[in-house]
Design a protein around this ligand. Structure first.
Ligand SMILES: Nc1ncnc2c1ncn2[C@@H]1O[C@H](COP(=O)(O)OP(=O)(O)OP(=O)(O)O)[C@@H](O)[C@H]1O
Length: 394
């Protein structure tokens, strides 16, 4: 039987995340092939040299995937080197996903992947690199948004103009993923720790480990739940229904965090609100949304713009995904800066809220999947449910 070309084979894998076959070894071999063809391959030796043997002094942080180190290549490029922790199966899948998807995209608001190192046990790599999987990105100087926004001292560096610039930049990055690349990509994990800021505070969307290619002719795909509580749209969290509107929902929650300086799931004592979304909705109904402004913005905020951003966030987080604006409309609204007449938002899709089982069925869903509800996991936990009976929608 003739074998399929490696590109088709790999893209099919990304489109069909639910077909459970043990193809990891084969995919990895393919990835090594791609890296070599696209000249994205880095030798282990080069990365050891760049990071002073992954020295702890060069460590930038550690995520679910593994540790990230700062390094300098021989040609002078400063890079961030992400090393997959040994033995992580989930990580292997995310590694391949990230390497393949990020290789396809190039945009000012998306982190640049310089390349990667991967070697299977059977390859002829030197001994200690035989199981390594490493991603090499451009180094983004001001690191991730969460480290600034949720730090009482550092948040002052983010004045209103900067925060507005971050909102518009992230919107452009998501728009590019949804509409401009060859096949739409859903990021699935838009949140402050996945937004990196360069020296001019230009935001760069990072972490494509959970991103999915999205067939253009579908309203949604049914998938396993994977994302971070608080940022996930209710129809996705409850029924595994993923669409570009899932990213729009997460983008809305990100705006509320930027405006308020609170984490999405903070309990807001004075308002008795479970999270910033409920808080924003309560204030919206009383026409007092400006009350949620981060105190550190007092001197720099543009009240009209801030109110508009909260209004946009409430449109993005509406329970019904069809009512949420798409990213192209959001980019247009944000580029006008103010005085845009917007429709009134309907009730938000609070995490765990019950919008839709019947409505979503009416919309023709054939999903049998049931993701873990937010109540079963802690507020900022990254969830990845594989227990549901999800299936591709083809
Ligand atoms: N390209 C980069 N430039 C500069 N710093 C980076 C870069 N990529 C990641 N970092 C830093 O490394 C740290 C770990 O990043 P990583 O993406 O692995 O995890 P995370 O996003 O913090 O968590 P999670 O994996 O749970 O999403 C982050 O705190 C981030 O600040």
């Amino acid at each position: 039987m003739a074998t399929k070309p490696w590109t088709i084979h790999l893209m099919e894998n990304l489109r069909r995340p639910f077909v459970k076959k043990n193809k990891t070894k084969k995919d990895q071999d393919n990835l090594e092939e791609i890296a070599a063809k696209e000249q994205k391959a880095f030798s282990y030796k080069t990365l050891v040299e760049a990071t002073a043997n992954f020295s702890s002094q060069n460590k930038l942080g550690e995520g679910g995937f593994g540790a990230v180190y700062k390094g300098t290549l021989r040609d002078g490029r400063v890079v961030a080197v992400k090393k997959l922790s040994a033995g992580s199966k989930q990580g292997t899948k995310e590694f391949m996903n990230e390497a393949l998807l990020l290789s396809r995209v190039q945009h000012r608001n998306i982190v640049n992947l310089h390349g990667y190192h991967t070697s299977s046990p059977s390859s002829s790599a030197p001994n200690n690199s035989s199981h390594e999987k490493i991603l090499v990105y451009e180094y983004v100087q001001n690191e991730s948004l969460d480290k600034l926004l949720f730090n009482q001292h550092k948040k002052r560096e983010l004045d209103w103009i900067t925060r507005y610039q971050i909102i518009t930049g992230v919107a452009r990055g998501i728009l590019y993923l949804h509409e401009n690349s060859h096949t739409p990509i859903i990021h699935r994990d838009i949140k402050p720790s996945n937004i990196l800021l360069d020296q001019k505070w230009v935001p760069k969307i990072a972490d494509f480990g959970m991103a999915r290619l999205y067939p253009e002719d579908q309203t949604h795909v049914n998938t396993r739940i994977s994302g971070t509580n608080g940022y996930m749209a209710p129809e996705y969290l409850r029924f595994g229904q993923l669409s570009t509107k899932s990213d729009v929902f997460s983008f809305g929650t990100l705006i509320l965090e930027l405006v308020s300086g609170h984490r999405v799931s903070d309990y807001i004592f004075e308002a008795k609100a479970n999270g910033v979304l409920e808080w924003a909705w309560k204030l919206h109904k009383r026409n007092q949304t400006l009350d949620m402004m981060d105190y550190s913005l007092a001197e720099t905020a543009d009240a009209d713009q801030l109110a508009m951003c909260i209004h946009i966030a409430l449109l993005c987080t509406q329970a019904d995904p069809k009512l949420r604006p798409d990213m192209s409309r959001l980019v247009i609204i944000l580029s006008k800066k103010k005085n845009t007449l917007l429709e009134q938002p309907t009730k938000p899709g609070f995490p765990g809220s019950s919008y839709g089982r019947s409505k979503l069925r009416q919309q023709g869903s054939s999903s049998h999947s049931h993701g873990r509800s937010s109540s079963s996991t802690s507020s900022h936990q990254t969830v990845s449910s594989s227990s549901n009976s999800s299936h591709g929608n083809r």
